[in-house]
Design a protein around this ligand. Structure first.
Ligand SMILES: Cc1cc2nc3c(=O)[nH]c(=O)nc-3n(C[C@H](O)[C@H](O)[C@H](O)COP(=O)(O)O)c2cc1C
Length: 368
């Protein structure tokens, strides 16, 4: 019997050889904000290891305050795009597909040694978290500039041969700061009820669609949880989730990437569907799930201690949910840092060879 993880994925705009995506993970090794030969090799290895779709680390759009961390790659400018073009070629040569995760950190930044690192943060209401003022509240022309930066990054993605783009609308960064009422207290058309708080993302999707055309796949990542508050939730009920996702789906999202810290957690009482399960049911669009696949500790189990090491565990539950059709794809994060060939080892029944995730692996791009 075919393993559910290794059945091909077919959707109207994107076809993949299996159900495995690499989760976007910031690695901070792109010195000068340009992906270098080491970064090319890092992604090539994951494609060679059998990953169907690589979603890159967050890569910043062309806005003066998009960055918030050191050595994060740009997704604009000749040098960075030449680097990304090498990454694309290497991944394609190994039979994989790839999408960049386009990113603006908004209010989540402290002054630092990165482009624009001394400028004020930009955000919907000048709030990094409820009651935590920072930086500047974006004017309508700032909003237009950032939308343009995302649209032109999407155009760049298509031009360098990326197979899709992913918008980072999760984890309390800029797009999510607009969604989240606690950080969006605007009274213009970008604030107010859910529809208005989604306006920024909706206008961005329209601008991107106009630049990349109807046939180019757009993946949209969102989360209930925020790095500012792991217990925060954008919506409390399936009905509210439906009214949040419906306009995004209508605006042209092709695939939703639903970020959870544990993929098996049910999203609402009375059903064991997770966030990706509900998203697929409510929108009819394909979904990507994520969270602690193959590991016994979730992503930032304790934020004060930072990343924890985690041991390998079986993936029976994942196979059950995939087989049931709850969601279409699964993103693997830390287990793919530890094991570039995670898919191959699983497919060939060699899970005894899987290496545990150690946080020390984050100190270099070539793993342990
Ligand atoms: C080192 C590291 C960096 C991350 N950077 C990003 C990022 O740039 N964008 C993003 O959406 N999520 C990011 N995440 C979250 C992952 O995409 C993923 O959702 C999380 O690690 C859970 O998956 P896992 O349990 O399989 O590791 C990061 C996670 C790790 C471990």
């Amino acid at each position: 019997m075919e393993q559910p993880l290794f059945a091909p994925f077919r959707s109207p705009k994107l076809t993949l050889k299996n159900r495995i995506a690499m989760a976007p993970m910031t690695r901070s090794f792109s010195v000068g904000n340009v992906p270098n030969a080491e970064v090319v090799e890092y992604y090539r290895k994951r494609a060679a290891g059998g990953t169907g779709l690589i979603i890159t680390e967050g890569t910043c759009v062309d806005h003066e305050a998009a960055h918030g961390f050191q050595a994060v790659p740009n997704f604009f400018g000749d040098d960075a795009l030449a680097g990304w073009s090498q990454v694309v070629k290497a991944v394609h040569a190994e039979g994989g597909k790839i999408a960049p995760q386009l990113w603006h950190v908004g209010a989540v930044r402290t002054p630092g040694d990165y482009p624009g690192g001394q400028l004020p943060a930009y955000s919907p209401s000048g709030l990094a978290a409820p009651g935590v003022p920072t930086g500047k509240k974006m004017s309508e022309s700032d909003v237009a500039d950032v939308i343009e930066a995302f649209a032109s990054a999407a155009e760049n993605a298509k031009a360098v041969g990326m197979d899709a783009i992913e918008l980072h609308g999760a984890h309390g960064y800029l797009i999510d700061q607009f969604f989240w009422q606690a950080t969006n207290q605007r009274t213009d058309r970008y604030g107010g009820d859910f529809q208005s708080r989604s306006q920024f993302a909706l206008e961005m999707l329209a601008a991107i669609r106009a630049r990349v055309g109807e046939d180019y796949p757009i993946i949209f990542r969102y989360s209930q949880w925020k790095q500012q508050d792991y217990g925060a939730r954008l919506v409390q009920t399936p009905k509210a989730l439906e009214s949040f996702l419906g306009p995004l789906s209508d605006a042209g999202v092709d695939i939703f990437h639903c970020s959870q810290r544990r993929f098996w957690d049910a999203e609402f009482d009375g059903s064991d569907l997770n966030l990706a399960g509900w998203t697929k049911k409510l929108t009819g669009k394909p979904t990507i799930s994520v969270g602690s696949v193959g590991l016994d500790q979730d992503f930032i189990a304790d934020v004060k201690e930072g990343f924890k090491s985690a041991q390998s565990v079986g993936i029976e539950k994942l196979e059950e949910l995939l087989d049931r059709g709850d969601f279409d794809l699964i993103a693997i994060g830390r287990a793919l840092i530890a094991n570039p060939d995670w898919p191959r080892l699983i497919e060939t029944g060699q899970s005894d060879k899987l290496v545990d995730f150690s946080k020390d692996m984050l100190y270099s791009l070539d793993g342990a």
